[in-house]
Design a protein around this ligand. Structure first.
Ligand SMILES: Nc1nc2c(ncn2[C@@H]2O[C@H](COP(=O)(O)OP(=O)(O)OP(=O)(O)O)[C@@H](O)[C@H]2O)c(=O)[nH]1
Ligand SMILES: [Mg+2]
Ligand SMILES: [Zn+2]
Length: 349
């Protein structure tokens, strides 16, 4: 632990805010009567906030917030506090989102991220469709996706799995780990250094909390998920942890394939190989489905692109169209209005 006793108040404040994951991009100015904090966990209408006052004194407090505070604070948010009341959510520089369980709105799972760790187990082979969707959601967040393959101790033919992973998420870095043997944990620790906030995105049972425990020597609850799906969701809250490596890690409950948000930008990033090939199609609006002069299908015929990958891309395009369709124009307008006023509220005051 660094010795903070000899620091000036402003140095101490700097020290605390860095340990909370502040980056140079964060705009964290507040009026004099508000205290700055970062949300570690939200339970209904209360939020646990790690705050830092002008003297650099840190405190963890349970805070309330009004039901019409917009946006609602989530783990990872920087907030303005008055006493034990969250009065403002500062502009988010990135956010992991998914469709709200009601199917219409969008739910923010974690805010102000640098990395989205796509946590995928490989002890039973690689679930390509899942990885694709996690990657799309990761790219959509505005943070950098990063694949963390887990349970390497139970995997066979890791080289082939790695090749498959690379082809599925071109341009995304990959780390192979095992919480059991400790493989890759040191590299993960190095990745999560000071100034980095990461969130773990993965299915229930993928080994997210186990990674946290392996990094920290902690004993957060994990649970075996059997094939019938019983014992799912060992983790039930979204929570921010400050790591001994200096970074900040958010552990969240597992996400089901169906809950994933698909967005145009994320799809383009994830399927950038198809995008590049498509530049050579004869027609700009080529659907890569029997069109004349299609460079994508030509690549499939030459064996340079797998037919399965093109098929997955097509499925996701269909999904994207459905998702857009599900939202009526009125809802879209209402949401735009909400987003606008949220942005305004967080900027002024
Ligand atoms: N063999 C092996 N098993 C692991 C490894 N990591 C996790 N597990 C096991 O996988 C199961 C699920 O692990 P968790 O860490 O709870 O998974 P999780 O992703 O946090 O799950 P949720 O909290 O439900 O989203 C537990 O039984 C772990 O012991 C690993 O590296 N190797
Ligand atoms: Mg967990
Ligand atoms: Zn084409």
């Amino acid at each position: 632990m660094d010795d903070v006793t000899n620091l000036t108040p402003s140095q101490r404040r700097d020290f605390v805010l860095r340990s909370l994951g502040r980056t140079p991009d964060d705009q964290l100015e507040l009026p004099g009567d508000e205290e700055l904090g970062r949300v570690s966990i939200v339970h209904g209408a209360t939020a646990e906030v790690i705050s830092c006052d002008a003297n650099g004194e840190e405190a963890t407090r349970t805070c309330t917030f009004s039901s019409n505070l917009n946006p609602r604070p989530v783990a990872g948010d920087w907030v303005g506090l008055r006493e034990s009341h969250v009065v403002k959510v500062l502009v988010r520089r990135s956010a992991l989102r998914r469709p709200d369980p009601n199917g219409r709105d969008v739910q923010v799972l974690a805010a102000n991220l640098d990395l989205v760790l796509l946590v995928v187990p490989i002890n039973r082979g690689l679930n390509i469709r899942m990885l694709e969707r996690f990657a799309i959601m990761g790219w959509e967040s505005g943070a950098r996706p990063f694949v963390v393959l887990t349970k390497a101790d139970g995997a066979s033919d890791i080289d082939t799995l790695l090749k498959e992973t690379k082809l599925t998420v071109p341009g995304v870095d990959i780390l192979t780990t095992s919480s059991q043997s400790g493989e890759g944990i040191e590299l993960l620790r190095a990745l999560l250094h000071e100034g980095v906030t990461a969130v773990m995105l993965g299915a229930s049972g993928a080994g997210k909390t186990s990674l946290l425990n392996a990094l920290e020597g902690s004993e957060e609850v994990t649970r075996t998920v059997n094939r019938s799906g019983e014992g799912r969701h060992a983790t039930t809250t979204r929570k921010l942890y400050r790591l001994s490596s200096g970074g900040v890690l958010l552990d969240i409950p597992g996400i089901r394939l169906l809950d994933l948000l698909v967005g145009q930008d994320g799809v383009e990033e994830t399927f950038s190989d198809i995008g590049e090939l498509a530049q050579h199609c004869r027609f700009r609006d080529c659907s890569h489905q029997g069109d004349l002069g299609c460079a994508v299908q030509a690549a499939v015929e030459r064996g340079e692109l797998s037919a399965q990958r093109l098929e997955n891309w097509r499925l996701i395009q269909t999904e994207l169209a459905h998702q857009e369709h599900r939202r009526s124009p009125e809802e879209m307008a209402a949401q735009r209005k909400r987003l606008k006023s949220a942005a305004k509220n967080t900027r002024k005051k």
